[in-house]
Design a protein around this ligand. Structure first.
Ligand code: SF4
Length: 216
């Protein structure tokens, strides 16, 4: 997966950013490749985001580490006992996750954090593979935003899971029950994305995030 070059626009962007860098990180190596899932493969909780940030996960190679969105997510995961530290800004900083695995449905950093529909569809098989790997263990899937929500529903449908009809709608705190082909129930849970657009404006507060995580 870390050698995938299926999306020309994203390949160009991830690699350009890795060469030009942000001044604050000029002394650091950039990952500049697709970002794999982070956390133990047998985790009972999955967090599905959107895509790596250009100077965050595209730098560190780990989802949500190294940017302001990650500050919110890891602080909340730490409060809930899923992360051993509340911040993570560089690769090899000692971050360890317990019971949670974090996945980006688009694995490469997109310009303006906006992948196209075609790019989302092109990356879908990687998400499908991650969902298949987690299927025997997962209890809850928290989707940060509607793109992660839709990608997860499409992914589990491909894998033959039962999804309620009509299709469950994304919302903060929205919940639906999925069923694996073996008949096991898995909770699908919506949460506003931890982007600065939401956290700076108060659309998503710490207590709102904590409440969703506590329900997983
Ligand atoms: Fe490959 Fe996904 Fe990256 Fe596109 S976004 S190049 S499909 S890993």
């Amino acid at each position: 997966m870390s050698v995938c070059r299926a999306c020309p626009r994203l390949v160009t962007w991830r690699e350009e950013v890795a060469v030009t860098k942000r001044a604050a990180f000029a002394d650091q190596p950039y990952w500049g490749r697709p970002v794999p899932a982070l956390g133990p493969p047998d985790a009972p909780v999955l967090v599905v985001g959107l895509a790596p940030a250009a100077h965050g996960a595209n730098r560190t190679g780990r989802n949500f580490t190294g940017d302001r969105s990650g500050d919110w997510l890891y602080a909340a995961l730490h409060r809930a006992g899923y992360a051993n530290q509340p911040v993570s800004w560089a690769a090899g900083d000692g971050l360890e996750l317990d019971g949670v695995r974090i996945i980006a449905p688009v694995r490469c950093a997109p310009p303006q954090n906006k992948p196209t529909l075609v790019e989302r569809q092109t990356c879908a098989p990687w998400l499908d593979a991650d969902l298949a790997r987690s299927a025997p263990f997962v209890r809850s899937i928290m989707c940060l935003g509607s793109i992660g929500w839709d990608a997860t529903i499409a992914g589990v449908r491909h894998a033959g899971w039962e999804v309620p009809r009509p299709k469950p709608k994304f919302g903060h705190g929205a919940r639906a029950t999925l069923r694996t082909p073996e008949g096991r129930e898995v909770a699908l849970v919506g949460c506003y994305h931890v982007s600065q657009q939401n956290t700076f404006t108060g659309k998503l507060t710490e207590s709102m995030l904590d409440e969703v995580i506590a329900s997983l």
